[in-house]
Design a protein around this ligand. Sequence first.
Ligand code: NAD
Ligand code: SAH
Length: 420
Amino acid sequence: MTATITDRLDEPSTARERGRKKIEWAREHMPILAMLRDDLDFSGQRVGMAMHVEAKTAVLAETLAEAGAEVAITGCNPLSTHDDVSAALDAHDRIASYAERGIDDDTYYAAIDAVIDHDPSLTVDDGGDLVFRIHEEYPALLDSIVGGCEETTTGVTRLRAMAEDGALQYPMFAVNDTPMKRLFDNVHGTGESALANIAMTTNLSFAGKTVVVSGYGDVGRGVAKKAAGQNAHVALTEVDPRRALEAYMEGYDVCPMSEAAARGDVFITTTGNRDVISSEHFEDMKDGALLANAGHFDIEIDLEGLAELAVDSREVRPGVQEYELPDGPRLNVLASGRLVNLAGPLSLGHPAEVMDQSFGIQAVCVRELIQGGGYEAGVHDVPDRLDREVAEIKLAAEGIEIDALSNTQTEYLESWDHGT
Ligand code: NAD
Ligand code: SAH
């Protein structure tokens, strides 16, 4: 049986205290979860979670536990866990945390298995590793699972592929796809936290540099906009003609990676795809170029291809690995090519306000799965009323009032017989 984090730390009580402080700070800045907390009743439920185990996720886990659920949690990325937060969570009566930073693949999956050993009735996932593991290795559990929620774009894409194949055996809410999540978390959260982490890790400026952003989806839009806001020249690479045109009309240079490779000072991938920057591009790059991934797994930049080309490689700063190419440039890969905003030595992920929105949606989705009932196996859009509910709570928390439609306006908008 895999031990929880407490059994694996030298000084669990000190780590616990540090983690507790971080969680309390996050809690202060997450008013949506605070307002929801009073009305949730998850007694009798067992929630399995695989998410970035960081202070904001801890506030979600504790919200579920304070509503009466038993929670078992582990990380969704081998480098994003904060061990002190994990230890503080593990000290909670109703939470077991198996998350630990810097683990190898076997330990990562052993921790997921340990969460599954708690027989979850609900799953909360980021990237899909928990839900896929249950389907692949623990099919006997599938009937007792009420449903689950998926946090991110690539997780939802994987789930939809699974549903298409008829393989998905319980209902999953696509939390990522709600306006309250993706228009804030993907756009602003990733934009701010990816750039902040690149700047802090390298101690270099964006001003005057050429930043090449790959992918102009929600994440790419945010990264490009914030880079332009820091006075960088921004170039975009895309494979979708409409997204490419959108980027062009926003005023960015749009070109293929084969051209961008020689122009960029900083490269940020945001595609959810693989080999976006690969062996055919590395040798054309400028000496000292920075390569970072803000998309998904550590395959957006072809690190194996880069390692094969390189004659030498060394850590030049914490979180920065330099690869020296023969007679060519020295290239700096940040955070081992994993999510730069979450997996670097200084990374904290998105700001608390943004995660409050995403996790507000997670909390109401868990409530809906328990109380709403009747959802069939497959991927479900989150009902719009839940998204509105979370938006209204956020506006109230910010003290922002908005107008309401009058009856005449509602009737007008619903009618078809009022012409010129
Ligand atoms: P999206 O589908 O809206 O955008 C992805 C874009 O990449 C699309 O426009 C697509 O055409 C483009 N693309 C695909 N292959 C490409 C290639 N080879 N070259 C150039 N462009 C290519 O998705 P999104 O919501 O923007 O999310 C992107 C990725 O970021 C996903 O993997 C998602 O899970 C992840 N994500 C990360 C964070 C984070 O904290 N770092 C936050 C949210 C989402
Ligand atoms: N397992 C995948 C997960 C993709 S991470 C991987 O490691 O590659 C992308 C998700 O991380 C986003 O959808 C966002 O909601 C979430 N995220 C960003 N900052 C976070 C934070 N501080 N705490 C928890 N989750 C965070």
